[in-house]
Design a protein around this ligand. Sequence first.
Ligand code: NAD
Length: 517
Amino acid sequence: SARASRVLSALDLPTDGSLIPGMYDGQWGGSGAVQKSICPATGEVIGQVQTANVEETQRAIQATKGASILLRRMPGPQRGEVMRQIREALGAKTAALGDLVSLEMGKIRSEGKGEVQEFVDICDYATGLSRSMAGRVLPSERPEHVIYEIPNPLGVVGILSAFNFPVAVYGWNLAIAMITGNSTIWKPSPTTPLCAIAVTRLIQPVLERNGLPGAVAALVCGDVAVGKEIVGSSDVDMVSFTGSEKIGKEVGKVVQDRFGKALLELGGNNAVIVDKDADLQMALQAVIFAAVGTAGQRCTSTRRLYLHRSISAQFISMLLKYYDSASSQTTLKAGDPLDDASLIGPLHTSGAVKLYEDALAGIQKRGGKVLTKRSGKMDVGMGGNFVWPTIVRPTNDDPCWTTETFAPILSVAEFDTLEEAIHLNNAVPQGLSASLFTTNIQSMGKWLGPEGADCGIVNINVGTSGAEIGAGFGGNKSTGWGRESGGDAWKQYVRWSAATVNYSSKMPLAQGVSFGV
Ligand code: NAD
């Protein structure tokens, strides 16, 4: 379609359906199966990618390993300069790349662009980090001794990413891995190969300009076999995996089995708690963005809503006014993600629509209620995987409370005390993001403290989704305990050595141990 052609041609991607090489390790290639990229809003095929096969993946791993030796010799601030140039290359194409995210993944335009901006931001952050990744100097108990803690590069970081952030998740990993001196090999989601190819094509000339081999940032589009090849390879020092709990559990076991390092960013099941003293208007705006935005396809999307009994009826009616407006196409307009007026885009695949429908059917079969006027598939006049964002009141013991359904379904329940709400928040396997809406300082303290929310992201008067890059991003419990992006996340991308240096002329032992030689 003309719509797809406009987006593809802005990034020099073919518009005639010709095969695009989906593997890069200094050269573009690939002779594995062909992956079709399907636009979630229309169902049309927008590109065909020739993926890497298993042997080619192994070759790319070896090339990446070779490239890591060059990269680790490069002084950190010089790597920072390369990162700054990558940032410039991305910055020049933010809008075009953002549109490709909207076209291929299905999120709305401002979110597509926002995702690329996140990559730009992490490049800036990483450039700064290149001059400030500090080890430590510690006092020794022995005279004229000193202890250092020294970070050195790991070698190769394998990046396996999910469909829902086809650019930013790679960006977080590439930037931090590269700045800490590691080369990377990226296997993107099989449903978003074009985003991966477009990003890699922007990075390629920067590497070339700086005399670095392309395998510093290798790409292997492919299926599960390609993912398994990376995960199982002892030449991949760390596997940074972003995806579902189910696959993450498998990946974690395989990496553990070879004593590799795994960084897991898995599913979320995030709650908002609106207490009796909350500013309801603020809570409303936050819940709608986090539950309806991205059609519920963020790892941090709000899936559970716990309302203080005294404000529950009022807050639900405020929410329903918005949710039901999706039908009149006024406030919460659903439609083409590339149309600036749209706030609701499609689900990513038809399979996701089925998961959404099955989840709603199950909740109702088990005695739960749908509160919104409409639910199910939505027709916006362009085909695609559009569904109605839905609010449900499941039974208290419904299994939906403890599982992540990657769709815009918001489950509501009431609570009477903050302690009870915190208990509900924590009583799920996942531990990614949680938000409390309150104006009470005592509640804030409790929420953030040892008796509070057990998640990796714990907010107050801010929704569960839409984190900035400055802090470490990730979740606890079955979300995998990983941290990416800012904060201390870089410390996972290095091998740490404790180094004791003796600059005296004696050989004393620690703890006063004597050993008479
Ligand atoms: P997924 O688990 O289906 O796939 C993730 C990646 O793993 C893909 O690249 C896939 O091809 C690959 N893969 C599949 N099987 C594999 C195997 N056996 N070995 C190696 N690789 C394999 O996830 P998805 O549907 O693409 O993404 C949605 C999920 O990702 C949600 O659960 C969401 O919460 C999660 N997610 C988490 C975060 C976070 O930071 N915590 C961020 C984004 C998405």
